[in-house]
Write a protein that binds this ligand. Structure first.
Ligand SMILES: [Mn+2]
Length: 447
């Protein structure tokens, strides 16, 4: 499974570019091009895009002009995804129009398979190298800012706190940070009150945990201050854009917490019951208590290790997953009543005013509605559209085994896992629904 995932990650940045070209640039001159590969220099200042095009010289000349005029826009948009190590104005994006990639479409199947296999071996070697570079960066660092993603879930909080508590054993100053306040249900995690909401300060290493792209770090990441500080990424999202200086990305792993456990073991740190409690929270919430398809034998082994170290499975499951305020149960029930099943897609919209009507204090999120709807036997995919206070529509997807919703989320600028993903679109609600539902119906139809 991991080989399949590894092969796919390296296709995600080209995929993101293709989406930008098709849905945002909208220039007929570049309609026929296919982005085949993107190389980004280690300092991320230069990107070289390989593309192929079937057509005569005139069509190629037209495409060249189209790409030249779109380069500024693409550079900006990609900069939102990749981390610029210099202020955006001085970042450079080079469209490579060499014929290097022109032969690819005529490549035979065996050639394509060979490319895939080489890529897979390269990825394994790359990951091993990333792990040892990560360890080196951490050992050398003295002041670490550990950032997790906006609207943090249990894995975000558990893995960033597990990391923080473990690295402090080495005498380092570690500051955990997240743009948004963690849910109070996670208050049993030691040190959670140390979490800061901004990234101001002098740091010699940034560590991004459980975030698939730079934007997910929200306002904690401050380009003016942080762009020249090395960044280490630990993540398990298949849609990770590898925006760090060093990227430890393992999409076949259940949770970022499982990756942080490996880090603790590799670095010979003590697995205290506080560290184990934080990390087991990540495992439990990202697998919905070992029920989702990302749960592997390795996940269960990791859970055993964490329990032996003193983490209480029953209490953590109860507090981080099962128990919730009664008002949130009522809110979810109201959402369920609004849901419909059409063409094997179960979907519901949650307008802003529903929160007020149900006296639901939380301003964001779906209170678990999409996971509940995903239980519908009549549907293959579940989707919930939540209108945020600012009018943006936050969309959560769940797919049954074999249905990949991460690709759909990615196409709409989001990300996630094959079985659970999300994205945010501009409002109004009706526009977001009209864009997303037909795409999901196609996933079901083409399955
Ligand atoms: Mn996670």
């Amino acid at each position: 499974m991991s080989k399949k995932y590894e092969g796919r990650i390296s296709e995600l940045v080209p995929a993101r570019l293709m989406v930008l070209l098709e849905s945002r640039v909208n220039d007929p001159r570049i309609a026929g091009i296919t982005v085949t590969d993107v190389e980004v220099t280690a300092d991320t200042r230069y990107a070289r895009v390989y593309y192929s095009l079937i057509g005569d010289d005139e069509a190629k000349a037209q495409a060249k002009r189209g790409l030249d005029s779109a380069a500024g826009f693409l550079r900006h948009e990609l900069g939102q995804t990749l981390r610029p190590s210099a202020p955006p104005n001085s970042a450079s994006f080079t469209m490579n129009r060499s014929s290097a990639a022109n032969g690819w479409p005529t490549c035979s199947t065996s050639c394509a398979n060979r490319t895939q296999r080489n890529r897979s071996n390269e990825m394994t070697a790359k990951l091993a190298e990333a792990w040892s570079e990560a360890e080196g960066l951490l050992r050398r660092a003295q002041r670490i800012l550990a950032i997790t993603h906006v609207n943090p879930d249990g894995d975000a909080i558990g893995s960033v706190m597990g990391f923080t508590l473990a690295m402090r054993q080495l005498g380092k100053t570690v500051t955990p940070a997240c743009q948004d306040t963690p849910n109070s249900r996670n208050n049993y995690i030691t040190g959670i009150n140390d979490m800061r909401k901004e990234g101001e300060g002098v740091y010699d290493l940034l560590v991004a945990i459980d975030a698939s792209d730079l934007q997910r770090l929200g306002s904690v990441y401050m380009p003016a201050q942080h762009a020249r500080v090395p960044m280490l990424v630990f993540d398990h999202h298949i849609t990770n854009t590898e925006f760090g200086t060093v990227n430890v990305v393992e999409p076949a792993t259940s949770s970022s917490a499982e990756i942080i456990l490996k880090l603790v073991q590799r670095m010979g740190l003590r697995l205290t019951s506080e560290v184990a409690t934080a990390l087991l929270t990540g495992l439990i919430t990202d697998t919905l208590a070992f029920r989702t398809s990302n749960t592997t034998a390795d996940t269960m082994a990791a859970a055993t290790t964490l329990m032996r170290a003193g983490a209480n499975l029953i209490e953590i499951t109860q507090r981080s997953l099962v128990s919730k305020p009664f008002e949130s149960i009522k809110f979810m029930a109201a959402g369920v009543l609004r849901a419909k099943v059409e063409d094997e897609v179960v979907w519901a919209t949650v307008p802003k005013k529903l929160r007020a009507e149900m006296e639901f204090r939380e301003q964001r999120g779906d209170a678990g509605l999409v996971s509940m709807l995903a239980a519908a036997q009549e549907a293959r995919i579940a989707v919930v559209f939540v209108e945020n206070p600012d009018g943006a529509i936050e969309i959560g997807f769940r797919g049954q085994p074999g249905y990949d919703v991460s690709q759909v989320a990615l196409e709409f600028g989001g990300g996630g896992h094959p079985a659970a993903a999300g994205c945010t679109l501009p409002g109004p609600m009706r526009d977001a629904v009209n864009r997303v539902l037909p795409r999901l119906r196609r996933v079901v139809r083409e399955h």
